[in-house]
Design a protein around this ligand. Structure first.
Ligand code: NFS
Length: 648
């Protein structure tokens, strides 16, 4: 077992070795045990939607070319693909719905543990929903917004309000022409399940169209709602320093690791961990304090708002437990490996599940209800404190940790480029137009044991910033970047091309910007909408010199995200191909034909440097089309000219 072939992250390499020494299995071992994986599945050629099957298509053209019902490779792969989108959109959007319920509870009651923390954002979002603001109380506006937002999930008529209020008009026109304007969040997901049932649609393009529609209901709907309401309720992020990697765990403190996706409980856990009574209790047990650290997107949520340290990304969840100092692993929903159950049983770590949607064998279930948030959080921290004394065996905490800055948002960051007193998107657009920044790329998404952990994210990001492409990141990709220092402002001098370096240095930002969790990919959409609105770079997102990538993706959520970026007009490269490679027409449509319908398209490329250059090439072609690549004569200023310049 070569730990360097598994992860490029030193802390992870150390822990992978430590797991092997202790005969503990991890995701990489299980991945090996699964190899070779099913070729039919990988190509997308296996159908088990009805019980005449399972059927499979022979990719070599010798065996069957249709399932029992007559479904071809294109039909089968398209159905499977859009069912993945349904899964991903459902996960994001159900998260959004839960936040909306908590928000409603907060504005309805005076006793709630939650409140409106960002009144300005509340008013801005309410105005987008057409809610009356003037002279009204915050709670009244909030209640109207909560009700309006909750309707977005299940309404039967009309179209999604957010999909009309946020994207550029030209984008909305493109969706209208194709017939993919999302109507309501749940409806699009349900319709995927209906359309993919045996004997409904078989036309692969028509199937993909519904996938597009549901993904748009995710990105511009459920996810966007999750982000906006989280900002209102937990506070809009501001640039904040943080520590990252397994080295943030502290053997002398009670360590509570929060893992999953929702900020609702973890935000309260962070507050409660500072409670004097609980700190005293921890000291009585011999601990120096209570240390909260996060994994995956729960980490990103509380990092963005409180600077809580990040222990690691998706493939580090087992490694964190293996340190022997995780007193509680507190999980909510999504990206939680069932393997944690048996691993925690071997260690002293208490695995606590909290959502009725997510119970795990081997875990203790402490059900979380929003109306008892503080009470539940206290109970959990007490369990961790009690468990501190049960630590047994050797602690193995890698020393590696990095520092960085996170907390960038649509509202704060890009206005920052204009300086505090001239806040606008103008300087960002101008720097793109003058070519200092060639364009921007979103490099986001998961880890996948099919790639060397973190390495694809990091290599791709370095190549992009070297070529003056500003990178924004979310999810596990952002954590990968932070671990190698790409989120330190000093990284600009070390890794960027001249133009991007100049901009980063002037504004004081790192070249890779952490914009949050995966539902916060909606922030990238709203940044793009604002860039279009600012003017000078075309009328539509599809005209912008931007690209997207998920170089280590694995989840269904990533498929939904990729599809809503493509359908918003963004060229998107992923490493592991979508499971459509065995379906020639569908494959061609997603990587070519779809562009004329939605402005964006997919590409599959495993080599992160090659993929980065595909993105750069795309960005340059968009610059050419905008006419901003023509060499302009540079004016050299002498002292006389400088004096004549007016200071505004
Ligand atoms: Ni996104 Fe965030 Fe990570 Fe992938 Fe999972 S945590 S929601 S799905 S693995 S980036």
């Amino acid at each position: 077992m070569d730990s360097k072939a598994r992860s490029s992250d030193k802390a992870s390499q150390e822990m992978i070795g430590w797991m092997a020494e202790n005969n503990q299995q991890n995701a990489w071992d299980r991945f090996e045990a699964q190899s070779p994986q099913c070729g039919f599945g990988r190509l997308g050629l296996c159908c088990r939607i009805c019980s005449m099957g399972p059927c499979r298509i022979d990719p070599f053209g010798e065996g069957p070319q249709a399932g029992v019902c007559g479904a071809t490779a294109d039909t089968i792969a398209a159905r499977n693909l859009i069912r993945m989108i349904a899964g991903g959109a459902a996960a994001h959007s159900d998260h959004g719905r839960d936040i909306a319920h908590t928000f409603k509870m907060a504005v309805e009651s005076d006793k709630s543990d939650y409140m409106v923390k960002d009144e300005r954002k509340l008013k801005e979002v309410a105005a987008r929903f057409g809610i009356e603001i003037k002279d009204r109380k915050i709670k009244e506006i909030g209640l109207d917004l909560a009700n309006a937002v909750l309707k977005e999930f299940g309404k039967q008529e009309g179209t999604l309000i957010t999909a009309a209020a946020y994207p550029p008009k030209a984008r909305q026109e493109a969706w209208k022409n194709l017939g993919v304007t999302p109507r309501s969040v749940d409806r699009e997901i349900v319709e995927i399940m209906h359309r993919t049932h045996i004997g409904v649609g078989s036309d692969y393009i028509n199937l993909v169209k519904q996938g597009i529609r549901a993904s748009l209901a995710d990105g511009w709907g459920g996810s966007l709602i999750a982000t906006e309401l989280s900002d209102i309720m937990f506070g809009s992020p501001q640039p904040i320093r943080f520590g990252v990697n397994l080295g943030v765990l502290d053997k002398d403190q009670v360590n509570v690791i929060v893992h999953g996706h929702e900020p609702t409980l973890s935000d309260i856990v962070v507050q409660v961990a500072q409670d004097k009574e609980l700190l005293k209790l921890a000291q009585e047990k011999g601990a120096q304090g209570i240390n909260i650290a996060g994994i995956c997107c729960t980490a990103n949520e509380i990092l963005m708002r409180h600077g809580v340290p990040v222990a690691g990304n998706f493939l580090q969840q087992e490694l964190a437990v293996m340190t022997g100092v995780a007193d509680v692993m507190l999980v909510d929903v999504q990206c939680i490996m069932p393997a944690l159950g048996s691993l925690c049983e071997c260690m002293h770590t208490k695995l606590l599940t909290t959502s009725p949607k997510c119970k795990i064998a081997g875990a203790e279930h402490i059900e979380f209800h929003e109306d008892k948030a503080v009470e539940t959080a206290r109970k959990i921290i007490k369990i961790a404190i009690e468990n501190y004394t049960n630590r047994n065996g050797q602690a193995c905490i890698p020393k590696h940790k990095e520092r960085g800055i996170a907390g960038f948002t649509t509202e704060n960051t890009f206005y920052h480029l204009g300086g505090r007193f001239r806040a606008s998107y103008r300087p960002l657009n101008d720097n793109v137009i003058n070519g200092r920044i060639r364009g921007a790329a979103g490099v986001v998404g998961c880890n996948n044991p099919k790639q060397i952990h973190d390495s694809c994210h990091i290599e791709m990001m370095k190549e992009l910033i070297k070529n003056d492409v500003l990178v924004v990141s979310t999810g596990c990709g952002a954590i990968a970047a932070a671990k190698v220092g790409l989120m330190r402002p000093e990284a600009a001098a070390q890794y960027c091309g001249k133009g991007l370096h100049e901009v980063c240095e002037t504004v004081g930002i790192p070249p890779v910007l952490h914009v949050g969790s995966c539902v916060d990919n909606s922030r990238i959409l709203t940044v793009l909408a604002n860039v279009v609105a600012e003017g000078g770079l075309g009328e539509d997102i599809a005209e912008l010199p931007v690209a997207g990538a998920a170089p280590e993706w694995m989840s269904e959520k990533a498929v939904s995200i990729g599809m809503y970026f493509v359908a918003s007009g963004v060229f998107t490269v992923i490493a592991e191909p979508l499971p459509v490679v065995g379906a020639p027409n569908l494959h061609r449509y997603l990587t070519e034909g779809i562009e004329k319908d939605v402005g964006g398209k997919w590409a599959f490329e495993k080599d992160p440097i090659k993929a980065a250059h595909m993105m750069i090439e795309h960005i340059e072609s968009k610059r050419d089309a905008l006419g901003i690549n023509e060499e302009k004569e540079r004016k050299l200023y002498d002292m006389e000219d400088r004096r004549a310049l007016k200071v505004e």
